[in-house]
Design a protein around this ligand. Structure first.
Ligand SMILES: C=C1C[C@]23C[C@H]1CC[C@H]2[C@@]12CCC[C@@](C)(C(=O)O1)[C@H]2[C@@H]3C(=O)O
Ligand SMILES: O=C(O)CCC(=O)C(=O)O
Ligand SMILES: [Fe+2]
Length: 363
């Protein structure tokens, strides 16, 4: 019997969901006014530190991906094989969903014990203020929710979701193979890597135009609990990634490109060589921003631990084995400190691991 991913994330459901119709608000309510937003770096404009953009058809793709994972934990990909019109259809489907009246959207609200459905950011429980966003999570079939949203016309939405998931799954496998390859490991070395058993989630995010963007937060800083996340953003910037020594850097929308994040499970699998990236979404005064995240992980009950090829007596495994289900439970409870809860060898010299950003800069 597989543990259901949905059971692992229940602690998030303690949220006292507060559904405001952000689209119609003329002022930022106190509930959404953040006291301080950690600012972006002011560059010496001659040498900006830019998130890598990788053409997946580049003969050097393995090397480029490895370098991006090691230094940034986030990169954009072009020539990824996902048809542009599918990205557009997915974006249009998301727009249509979020444009529904709030009462209609609430018919598909995430239930107190559930994972899928419409609601405020799940991570809201960890913050004193609410975020300027609404989300819709899909795990498994979208039909039940879609039927509540559009009783007679749900199939178009479901068809787009299914096709999108299929294309993303193909791309995620290709990215995994590049990432593993860059670590000197093949897909065959990792038994589960090529299997279809994973239970990915789709997260649709909407960030309405905000009357006071300098005091609002779209989605607070977090890492994803995945192996990797593939993100499509509309042509409105807002996504920022945190880079050690540089600070918050905007990941600019590039038409047709997709953003790839390293998640916590790849951090563990690579024994910390590929640190998961801390990222957040800012909001905009005039433009409505949308994003769609495909959260990719291993089959829910497979134990993930540092790859044996990467460890020896000088480089002992830094993390203990953990399943995706188990890890999601930890994330729901400990949020950005989840990674430290599965860390083994505490550094003898008392210094924190350079990669151990989780829990340090957030909140
Ligand atoms: C399979 C997943 C992964 C989840 C939980 C569950 C469904 C939705 C995912 C997200 C999406 C938004 C950020 C995040 C931090 C969140 O709050 O919900 C993610 C979380 C995680 O990566 O931990
Ligand atoms: O909207 C974005 O750009 C980020 C979304 C995100 O981080 C997520 O859904 O996990
Ligand atoms: Fe994320």
């Amino acid at each position: 019997m597989h543990t259901r991913l949905s059971d692992s994330i229940k602690p998030y459901s303690m949220i006292n969901q507060k559904h405001l119709d952000l689209n119609s608000m003329k002022e930022l309510p106190d509930s959404h006014a953040w006291l301080s937003l950690d600012e972006s770096p002011s560059y010496d404009s001659s040498t900006p530190d830019l998130v890598p953009v990788i053409n997946l058809n580049d003969p050097n793709a393995v090397k480029l991906v490895g370098h991006a994972c090691k230094t940034w934990g986030v990169f954009q990909v072009t020539n990824h094989g996902v048809p542009i019109n599918l990205l557009q259809e997915m974006e249009a489907a998301g727009r249509k969903l979020f444009a529904l009246p709030i009462q209609q959207k609430l018919k598909a609200a995430r239930s107190p014990n559930g994972v899928s459905g419409y609601g405020v950011a799940r991570i809201s429980t960890f913050f004193p203020k609410l975020m300027w966003s609404e989300g819709f999570t899909i795990i498994g079939s979208p039909y039940d929710h879609a039927r509540k949203l559009w009783p007679n016309r749900y199939s178009l939405f479901c068809d787009v979701i299914e096709e999108y998931k299929q294309e993303m799954n193909k791309l995620a496998q290709r990215l995994m193979s590049l990432m593993l390859g860059s670590l000197g490991v093949s897909m065959d070395d990792v038994k589960w890597a090529g299997t279809q058993g994973s239970c990915p989630a789709l997260q649709l995010n909407s960030y309405p135009a905000c009357p006071d963007p300098d005091r609002a937060m779209g989605l607070a800083a977090h890492t994803d609990s995945t192996l990797l996340t593939i993100l499509h953003q509309n042509n409105t910037s807002g996504l920022q990634a945190h880079k050690e020594g540089t600070g918050w850097v905007t990941v600019p929308p590039i038409p047709g490109a997709l953003v790839v994040n390293v998640g916590d499970l790849l951090h563990i699998l690579s024994n910390g060589l590929y640190p998961s990236v801390l990222h957040r979404a800012m909001v905009n005064r005039t433009r409505h921003r949308f994003s769609v995240a495909y959260l990719y992980g291993p089959p829910s009950n497979v134990q993930i631990s540092p790859l044996s090829k990467l460890t020896d007596h000088i480089h002992p495994p830094l993390y203990r084995p953990v399943t995706w289900s188990e890890y999601l439970g930890k994330k729901a409870k400990h949020f950005n400190k989840a990674l430290s809860t599965v860390r083994v060898c505490a550094p003898l010299n008392g210094f924190a691991d350079a990669n151990e950003h989780n829990g340090v800069r957030v909140g």
